[in-house]
Design a protein around this ligand. Structure first.
Ligand SMILES: [Zn+2]
Ligand SMILES: [Zn+2]
Length: 165
């Protein structure tokens, strides 16, 4: 992708999901999720512990059956953020950095998500099957640039003024 090309809406929101994943507190899995409707961000989420409880990165993971169960996954946290603020997500698109696990896929489907945009695979889950059977469109994008570049001089918002030079 050329550095000079403006990102598409899908690329833009997927990058926002990547930014959200930077907030993840479980070193085993960094995931981000952004729920969007009509180009409007309804809620964001990342893999994280319950409010006020310790983080995996501080006290270690809580592994059961080879999965860390200390955190809520990004999709669930995005949904709970929407619920907390009284936002309906019916008909929204979920931008997720990693293909959902089965549980998160079921939660997004039940909440009325109509489309999922993702760039990675996730093995051993029924997510793709459930999404497809429920009529949720899955769009796979190529992985965005590893670095989200911000060439300051390219944008007038960050151009140096005479004073700051
Ligand atoms: Zn963990
Ligand atoms: Zn999940």
């Amino acid at each position: 992708m050329s550095n000079n090309k403006r990102p598409t809406w899908d690329e833009y929101f997927l990058k926002l999901a990547m930014l959200a994943s930077e907030r993840s507190t479980c070193p085993r899995m960094h995931c981000g999720c952004v729920l969007v409707k009509d180009k409007f961000v309804l809620a964001t989420g990342y893999n994280g512990s319950l409010p006020g409880l310790p983080h995996c990165e501080d006290v270690g993971c809580l592994v059961v059956d080879n999965h860390c169960v200390r955190t809520n996954h990004a999709e669930i946290n995005a949904l709970t953020q929407a619920v907390t603020h009284g936002v309906t997500v019916k008909g929204a698109t979920a931008y997720i950095t990693n293909m959902s696990c089965t549980t998160c896929a079921k939660a997004l489907i039940a909440a009325g998500i109509k489309r999922v945009v993702v760039f990675s695979d996730f093995h051993d889950t029924l997510a793709t099957e459930f999404y497809t059977e429920s009529g949720v469109e899955i769009s796979k994008l190529g992985i965005p640039d590893r670095l989200i570049k911000y060439e300051l001089e390219k944008y007038s918002s960050a151009r140096k003024t005479e004073k700051s030079k």
